[in-house]
Write a protein that binds this ligand. Structure first.
Ligand SMILES: [Zn+2]
Ligand SMILES: [Zn+2]
Length: 265
């Protein structure tokens, strides 16, 4: 279980429904998530399935799609084949088909068969695999989308939950990482209903140093439980009442530092 990945999936799915598409490797794929999260398709599918199993993600506009029972590829060709003799020489009469080879008459549904575009396997509705897809939806946004939006509007391409290997060999994940002049800047967002425990800031500082982060931004909403004077270069603490305020503050800092490819008013 990866809490950073789950947090971002839920946040993205809270702001916008995430469409699922059939995929022959892991049953479904979600390009919208793959593009912004630092994770493989297989690992992402596993996280999504766990979130669905626990009811955090729900499926909207669900539909079923047929897949090859042999290799899992979706979207097969369809053809009509006599269920008795296997002949393709059939005559369709309304909802019935008549086999011109052996003479039997049957429901068109009985004669419907599929050919996999990937492996060539022929199958029918009886032994086909069905995959349920739809739009992933979540409620209770964790509030990260405001920060994601701010970075995007500044023209900063940030990867979410980016895994960075520290000099200690430990793999750290940050909410957002973006490249700047050959170094990496990182943003972590801690949101609490009461106050953010300063231990999260200390963890951020230690992983930022271990990872060789250029500039680190730690956002605490609605603030830290103790006031901190870092006096250290490279780490900026942003304490705000809510995510909107935090987003504005982050924007001001980034604009002031010239870290944007866009003209901002
Ligand atoms: Zn196949
Ligand atoms: Zn036949």
């Amino acid at each position: 279980m990866d809490s950073c990945i789950k947090k971002h999936i839920v946040s993205i799915a809270s702001a916008n429904d995430v469409k699922m598409y059939p995929d022959n490797v892991v049953e479904f794929t979600t390009p919208q998530l793959l593009e912004s999260l630092d994770i493989s398709r297989e690992a992402l599918a596993k996280e999504i399935n766990e979130l669905r199993a626990s009811g955090i993600l729900t499926l909207k506009d669900a539909y079923q799609t047929i897949a090859c029972p042999s290799c899992g590829s979706p979207d097969p060709f369809t053809k009509l084949v006599c269920p008795k003799c296997g002949s393709g020489n059939l005559k369709v009469e309304g909802s019935k088909v008549k086999c011109l080879s052996c003479g039997i008459q049957t429901d068109i549904y009985e004669a419907l068969s599929f050919v996999c575009k990937t492996c060539g396997n022929t199958f029918n509705s009886g032994n086909a695999r069905w995959v349920t897809l739809g739009a992933l939806h979540a409620v209770n946004a964790t509030g990260i989308e405001g920060i994601a939006e701010t970075l995007k509007n500044l023209g900063i391409y940030a990867k979410r939950c980016m895994a960075v290997t520290g000099s200690s060999g430990i793999i750290h994940r940050f909410d957002f990482v973006f490249e700047r002049n050959g170094s990496k800047d990182a943003v972590d967002v801690a949101v609490d209903s009461d106050v953010v425990n300063v231990k999260h800031l200390i963890e951020f500082i230690s992983k930022a140093y271990d990872s060789g982060i250029g500039e680190g931004y730690f956002i605490a909403v609605p603030g830290l439980n103790v006031s901190v004077d870092l006096g250290k270069k490279g780490i900026k603490v942003i304490e705000a009442h809510d995510i909107n305020e935090a987003s504005d503050m982050l924007k001001q800092i980034l604009v002031k530092r010239g870290i944007t490819s866009k003209i901002v008013h």
